[in-house]
Design a protein around this ligand. Structure first.
Ligand SMILES: Cc1cc2nc3c(=O)[nH]c(=O)nc-3n(C[C@H](O)[C@H](O)[C@H](O)COP(=O)(O)OP(=O)(O)OC[C@H]3O[C@@H](n4cnc5c(N)ncnc54)[C@H](O)[C@@H]3O)c2cc1C
Length: 370
């Protein structure tokens, strides 16, 4: 291909985290971008909006492969830079400043579950490269009380995972949407993309009051970022159901995410601004998109209450579910198939890996254009 960046017109199917972030980086590089999504910009049931958006390269290593850890390490460098870039590009933007912290995270267990904490620690230390071992620190009750005074006297020991963090993903997705508009994206909402081929995206406009109409858009390059919606084109793609609880609580203040080890599941509590907390997440090998089950609501709620009884007075704001897009090897992928780029498989670590993946794909697209 011999086009200049400014002439390159990229069509991206899917305006979730992957689609929006890629659109942003390509627009910044001077490309024209058309973005298509079957939902509105404010869609509440996508993985990208439902997610807790913990940034946990260390804890994720216990349950995933080294490739996720490496992508996560790169992303932990990029997140603060990219959030600053977004704010600096348009300081008068209507978007709220994106809440982002990298103050580490805690892992704790109640006394009967200490063996699960010990196992998690051994597994993590076994998989963690030598250079990162000092980022995992054992805490006694006094250390815990210093880091999170709200947990004083509640746990005898824990782990501190240095450098981990969290992000308010609703703010990030909103801020990206405003910045994409400012940079001139052509965004089609309410369009279900049906076929992708090199140089062309076809679908049906189904949203709004208008009758369904065909959409047929010619572009120079096509990227598929439809999450689980890419199943017809990506073999081995599956949806993994996740459910989260969002509460408001004035009785507890936490600075950082806290993971609670449990014999049957791990639950985490992620603090957000304005006394909000995200409690997650179930992980079910199911593509059921229905509402949260009573069982999951009870498990999430009781784990929260057991972390601190003051959460008993928390107000339940929402219970939501979404499908995480996962590939057979549970690793993210940026691959080109039959002339179309795919960014997918972000699974349970999409926020952790997205900046590094998007950086890689942006570079590949721009290099191919030279
Ligand atoms: C409960 C839960 C908790 C999570 N917690 C974390 C966490 O703490 N940390 C972390 O790093 N990650 C977390 N994740 C994972 C992360 O949210 C996902 O990996 C990531 O959001 C996936 O982004 P995506 O853009 O690939 O997919 P999606 O968010 O699914 O976006 C795909 C988009 O494509 C659109 N689309 C689909 N089909 C079509 C079609 N045919 N035509 C047009 N548009 C279409 C959809 O409407 C959607 O907007 C969590 C996920 C869940 C569900």
């Amino acid at each position: 291909m011999t086009k200049t960046f400014s002439a390159l017109h990229v069509g991206i199917a899917g305006a979730g985290l992957a689609g929006r972030m890629l659109a942003w980086r390509l627009l910044r590089a001077g490309c024209r971008v058309t973005l298509l999504d079957k939902q509105s910009r404010e869609a509440h049931n996508t993985a990208s909006i439902v997610a807790a958006a913990m940034l946990s390269p260390l804890a994720e290593l216990a349950v995933s492969d080294r490739v996720v850890f490496d992508l996560g390490q790169r992303s932990m460098v990029l997140w603060p830079q990219w959030i600053d870039e977004l704010h600096a590009a348009n300081p008068t933007s209507q978007a709220q400043p994106v809440y982002h912290r990298q103050l580490g995270s805690l892992v704790v267990a109640h006394a009967p579950d200490q063996s699960h904490l010990a196992h998690f620690t051994r597994l993590l230390r076994h998989k963690l490269p030598q250079a990162y071992q000092q980022q995992v620190q054992h805490l006694d009750a006094a250390d815990l009380a210093v880091l999170e005074p709200a947990l004083t006297g509640r746990f005898n020991q824990g782990l501190y995972l240095q450098g981990e963090g969290q992000l308010a993903n609703d703010q990030w997705m909103d801020a990206l949407a405003l910045e994409l508009d400012r940079l001139g994206v052509k965004w089609h909402t309410g369009v279900t993309v049906q076929t992708l081929e090199p140089g062309r995206i076809c679908g049906k406009r189904t949203g709004g009051d208008s009758a369904a109409s065909d959409i047929n858009i010619a572009v120079d390059l096509v990227v598929d970022a439809r999450g689980v919606g890419s199943k017809p084109l990506l073999s081995g793609l599956r949806g993994v159901r996740g459910e989260v609880l969002r509460v408001e609580c004035h009785g507890v203040v936490l600075q950082r995410p806290v993971r609670l080890m449990h014999p049957r599941y791990q639950i985490y509590v992620v603090p957000r601004p304005d006394n909000l907390f995200v409690v997650g997440a179930t992980e079910l090998e199911s593509e059921d998109t229905g509402p949260v089950t009573l069982r999951s609501a009870l498990e999430l709620g009781s784990a929260l209450y057991s972390l601190h009884p003051a959460f008993g007075e928390a107000r339940v704001l929402s219970l939501s579910s979404a499908l995480r897009p996962a590939l057979d090897n549970d690793q993210p992928a940026c691959v080109q198939r039959d002339g179309t780029w795919h960014i997918n498989g972000l699974y349970r670590h999409g926020y952790l890996c997205a900046p590094a993946l998007v950086e890689t794909l942006t570079r590949k697209i721009l290099d191919d254009t030279k």
